[in-house]
Design a protein around this ligand. Structure first.
Ligand code: LLP
Length: 425
């Protein structure tokens, strides 16, 4: 059998010219479940997780999957069963963790705008830690914990002011970003937090951005954080865990991020050199665990040639795959059935939504006709999780492949579900 694996997506491959994920052919899946359809590979998720686990051998390091990347219950279940904790940014995400069988005791709560209701819920579930991002939040959390007769475990998210060299919308560790507490002020904030009666300081946290493709920004932030740990501990405040956030990039279009084990071997060298290699380390990866484990299958509805451009109009749109519209992001688009010696035409692949920003790929060489299926690759992260009902489009269905088994982990949304919480006046 001729098998052709795609770069960056090791469990997505052509077999006899048909695209497969693990042991399942995608054409029949599209026929059976309709499109747009997200399909994920469980083996790919576990493979990505395995790279981190290899990098953590012999260390006290823990993975908290940043579920904002893909919070579908079936995906969370894979990571919960593999022993992961979770990084959450809302009370809703905590409810999802619990619904998927995850443990609250392995949950880290990040985000700049936690509400009192969310804090209360998280305290009642006894989560591992709140990553606090401002003095105002520290005061409110202290108050909420006191009212429950509890002490809230906290890390301060520090802003190391390092450039992650990524898209400005997903860069978070620079001074002008809304995230974290400035490096220069961190010690004073730790001293203030230590003076409050309903907080327990358990760690320190940073996260500098997303889709990071080199090691240097991480080395810089490790150094900056360790400088702080030194001064905070010197001031008599012990730091139990060190959380270095997420951010490792994936291969969308020839990108060459380091493998997770390679990255962590370099970071542990630095931690060892500074005497912190046997500390409790926490990380919050999202994209690198799920991004290349998923694709979105879409059907070609119409071909529309024009003087300057040819449009390939498909049934997936910016409500399903918002990254191109939001960040001008590149996702590979390939046919489900490879055609032999077919002639190619350059198309802009666009969705049905009434906006010119509704495009999935520009100038893509394809040999297609109406009724063909295409796969949008690297769609496991920040696609379904960021999807919307714009234009009253239903959210797509999702399938998780495990070997030769295809599990429906989300049914296609119905119009009844879409309008059920609305009321006529
Ligand atoms: N921890 C915190 C505090 C975060 O804000 C994020 C992502 C992560 C962890 C996980 O980062 P990752 O490992 O996935 O890079 N929607 C954008 C990405 C937004 C990332 C937001 N924060 C995109 O589609 O590129």
């Amino acid at each position: 059998m001729t098998t052709h694996t795609l770069p960056g997506a090791p469990f997505v491959a052509y077999k006899h010219n048909e695209l497969f994920i693990e042991g399942v052919g995608l054409s029949s899946l599209a026929q059976q479940h309709g499109t747009p359809l997200f399909v994920y590979s469980k083996a790919s998720m576990l493979d990505a997780l395995g790279a981190y686990q290899r990098g953590f051998l012999g260390r006290h390091a823990h993975i908290h999957y940043a579920m904002k990347a893909n919070s579908s219950l079936g995906v969370l279940q894979v990571f919960a069963q593999a022993g992961c904790g979770f990084d959450i940014v809302s009370g809703g995400e905590l409810a999802r963790v619990l619904a998927a069988g995850g443990q609250a005791s392995k949950v880290i709560f990040s985000g700049v705008g936690k509400t009192r209701t969310e804090m209360t819920y998280a305290l009642q579930q006894y989560i591992l830690c709140f990553n606090v991002e401002s003095e105002a939040e520290i005061d409110v959390l202290n108050e909420v914990a006191a009212s429950l007769g509890q002490r809230a475990p906290i890390s301060v998210r520090v802003n190391p002011n390092v450039d992650a060299k990524t898209h400005p919308y997903i860069s978070t560790g620079l001074k002008d970003n809304k995230f974290g507490i400035a490096h220069e002020r961190a010690l004073a904030v730790y001293q203030y937090a230590a003076s409050l009666s309903s907080l327990d300081i358990v760690g320190i946290d940073c996260h500098i951005g997303s889709q990071i493709t080199s090691i240097e920004p991480y080395l810089n932030s490790v150094d900056r954080v360790l400088d702080l740990v030194e001064s905070i501990e010197k001031a008599g405040i012990p730091i139990h865990h060190l959380d270095f956030g997420g951010g490792l990039g994936i291969n969308y279009n020839g990108d060459t991020p380091p493998a997770a084990d390679q990255l962590w071997s370099r970071l542990f060298e630095r931690l060892d050199a500074r005497g912190y290699g046997q500390r409790d380390i926490r990380i919050e990866p999202g994209r690198s665990l799920v991004g290349n484990a998923g694709i979105c299958i879409t059907e070609v509805l119409y071909l529309k040639p024009s003087d300057n451009k040819n449009f390939c109009i498909v049934d997936a749109a910016m409500n399903d795959l918002p990254r191109p519209a939001m960040y001008q992001a590149f996702h590979q688009i390939i046919p489900l059935q490879q055609k032999q010696s077919a002639s190619m035409t350059a198309y802009d692949v666009v969705g049905p939504i009434c906006e010119s920003g509704d495009w999935l790929g520009r100038d893509r060489d394809l040999s297609v006709q109406a009724g063909d299926h295409l796969a949008v690759l690297s769609a496991g992260a920040y696609c379904m999780a960021m999807s919307s009902n714009y234009n009253t489009r239903a959210r797509a269905a999702e399938i998780l492949i495990d070997g030769s088994q295809a599990h429906v982990i989300r049914s296609r949304e119905t119009i009844t579900e879409q309008i059920q919480s609305e009321h006529l006046i």
